[in-house]
Design a protein around this ligand. Structure first.
Ligand SMILES: [Mn+2]
Length: 428
């Protein structure tokens, strides 16, 4: 009778046996052949990653299960609610977009996927999205003009029919059991906003590399996101490597959130354009208005990190980032916004539009002051006089530069992540 109590261990979940059947009437070969790199074309030109490698990989490659081994034996509720997956994109490569979708269909329990909503943010070729809607559960919505990530996601959320929203970037590969841990945490407490550990897919050869499991999201006063080590006291207190990691901010590309909580908290600031800064605004808002942010080590999703944006910003990259972060600082950072302006003096004179609606929202939700966030969520973020700050950031930059010099063009965040992973493996 003991056998009855033990679940049978299967190496492949039953729904993954025939990936071909997941696609219904969709003609994968024709879709991929419809757009191909011409001989002599620079494979990096359009997407800032090696398109030739991505095309060559195929849409259902196996990837290493990068989780801690203890994750595989965790159990999740059998009645977890389903989720709407929301993927926004602008001129994404067909092979990466398809691999993102297929990895979701292959590595998620089918009952958890209510639908996959693609928001085509006015890509040059409407067929990139349209053709994919022949895949069962996939829906395609196309914007009539360029709206950017933030308004596109809000559009996706408004049309979603599941009670839980999963935001996913368009050049990802989800790993084994990525979804259950996140839905479980949100089901237990709907005010949690959770994200996976984001593994690295090489932009050159598309190798799938494990990221360190000891990182959380942080930032400096210029509102530049960075991965950082979990503070030592918290690390010492972690007896269980499968435990959730509290994080001051999320990277923003991939997370799961209860839909009614998303709506209650005011969705996103839809006056932010294209990309950038929205993750700070959401993170401050979630913490200060009664929720929490977590990274779940048993959920892993690979993402192609790039060194530049392959698409253009109608108003310029830097200006858009400043407008968006300035809105976040003005609405949420109270007297601490002075440190943002010291770190980014050029932001001072830039237009950022009206924030009256967002200030009303903050009052209506009765959110805590930014000082509370500093004291309770991110006490590690130092603040002081301008010269102190400058010499500190100078030292950190020098250190970072020395560490990452040999890895030429990787964003230092990615670089740091990989160095830390090596260290991890060394001691493992
Ligand atoms: Mn991305």
């Amino acid at each position: 009778w003991l056998i009855l109590l033990c679940p049978v261990q299967v190496s492949q979940p039953p729904w993954a046996e025939q990936p071909g059947q997941l696609l219904g009437a969709f003609d994968e070969k024709a879709y991929l052949a419809g757009k191909q790199l011409k001989p002599g074309d620079d494979p990096y030109r359009d997407h800032a990653f090696n398109l030739q490698e991505s095309d060559r990989l195929g849409s259902e490659r196996a990837i290493r299960d990068t989780r801690h081994y203890r994750c595989a034996s965790l159990n999740y509720d059998t009645d977890l609610p389903s989720t709407s997956i929301i993927i926004t994109f602008h001129n994404e490569a067909r092979s990466t977009l398809l691999r993102t979708i297929k990895s979701v269909l292959m590595r998620s329990p089918p009952s958890l996927i209510q639908e996959i909503i693609l928001i085509d943010d006015f890509s040059s070729d409407p067929e990139d999205c349209q053709l994919l809607s022949q895949i069962p559960k996939v829906r395609c919505l196309r914007n009539a003009r360029r709206e950017g990530l933030i308004r596109s996601r809000v559009r996706g959320a408004n049309t979603a029919s599941a009670s839980i929203l999963t935001f996913l970037d368009s050049h990802c590969e989800v790993n084994a059991d990525w979804l259950q841990p996140m839905i479980q945490r949100v089901k237990e407490d709907h005010t949690r906003v959770v994200s996976p550990i984001i593994d690295v897919i090489s932009l050159d050869n598309f190798a799938y590399l494990a990221a360190s499991a000891d990182l959380r999201g942080g930032f400096d006063w210029s509102l530049h996101f960075k991965w950082e080590q979990i503070p030592i006291e918290q690390k010492m207190a972690r007896s269980d490597p499968t435990q959730a990691i509290r994080t001051p901010v999320i990277a923003g590309g991939i997370f799961v959130m209860d839909k009614s909580w998303f709506n209650h908290l005011g969705q996103y600031d839809t006056h932010m354009d294209i990309w950038g800064g929205e993750n700070f605004e959401l993170s401050f808002r979630v913490w200060m208005c009664g929720g929490s942010l977590e990274i779940l080590p048993c959920s892993r999703v690979g993402h192609v990190f790039r060194k530049r944006h392959p698409y253009d910003f109608p108003e310029g990259n830097a200006l858009t980032y400043i407008k968006n972060t300035r809105r976040a600082a003005e609405v949420w950072m109270d007297e601490f916004k002075q440190y943002y302006y010291s770190a980014r003096p050029s932001a001072q004179g830039k237009a950022f539009g009206s924030i009256a609606d967002r200030l009303t929202l903050r009052r209506k939700l009765n959110c805590k002051p930014f000082r509370w966030y500093m004291e309770n969520v991110y006490p590690e973020l130092r603040y002081g006089t301008q010269s102190e700050l400058q010499s500190l950031s100078f030292m950190l930059n020098r250190l970072n530069h020395a560490l990452c010099q040999s890895l030429v063009y990787w964003k230092y965040t990615v670089c740091l992540q990989i160095i830390l992973e090596f260290v991890d493996n060394f001691y493992a």
